[in-house]
Design a protein around this ligand. Sequence first.
Ligand SMILES: [Zn+2]
Length: 297
Amino acid sequence: MRTEAQIKADIVEVGRRLWERGYVASNDGNISVRLDDSRLITTPKSVSKGFMTPDMMVVTDLNGKKLSGDRDPSSELKMHLQVYRDRPDARAVVHAHPPTATGFAVAGIPLDRAVLAEVVTTLGSIPIAEYATPSTDELPIACSKYLKAHDGLLLANHGALAIGPDLFTAYHRMETIEHFAKISLVTRQLGRENLLSRQEVVRLQGLRGMYGIASPAPVCTDDTIVMDADGQVACQVVQAPDAPTGARLVADLHQRSRVGAVMGGADARVLHDGDGEIRLTYRELTALIEDAVRNLK
Ligand SMILES: [Zn+2]
């Protein structure tokens, strides 16, 4: 059990890492840690997370009322309080604006495709909480829908949120979210994204138990969201194609159908399809032209 002084020093260190990695600019971002059953330690408003000192920290109750500290807590503390209400297992929350993950949040693209085995096994999927004005009561409500089933969220047109049983786990989840976003972006720039099959996703989910990886909810049985009686998401949507052949990797279905639509013929061999670019051998191109000429006659 870490002391209050140790937790304050840990928050300073995590803030420094967030700033150093460019996950926050200016005074963005906020961090909180549950001190005991009724109190939190949190970052103050209007300071750069890269240059905090332990004496800046604020202690509040679970309603956000300040109990001690010279400064005031961040206005985004409401979002943290919602996490602690929805997730009794949560002991730390990290909020930042990492550029690539936030780019996905702005584009409205959730990080929910079965691409990396490690991410499927640990975080599962990272959905996007609907847009809400920062620091208002709307934002905790928008997050709440996804909090029971996820340890990482994107916030539409805003940033990302990571939850953990301790501060460094929550921070490392933030790193994973941004790293996953960077890899997903590169993959899409390359124009092709092979996915883990649904069967492989089920196999990876089985590893959670074997390696003692705690996950707040199982992966949804298909890519359809399931809600619980409280209107909160009850499973993790992971986009993974079915592979009755037992294949562990499946070529991107979207890409394949796009190629099929362009090519038309079943025997045409497509070497590459990136951003609509298709490369054919000379022989295949000649065959296509001959085919087109025949159709004109
Ligand atoms: Zn923010």
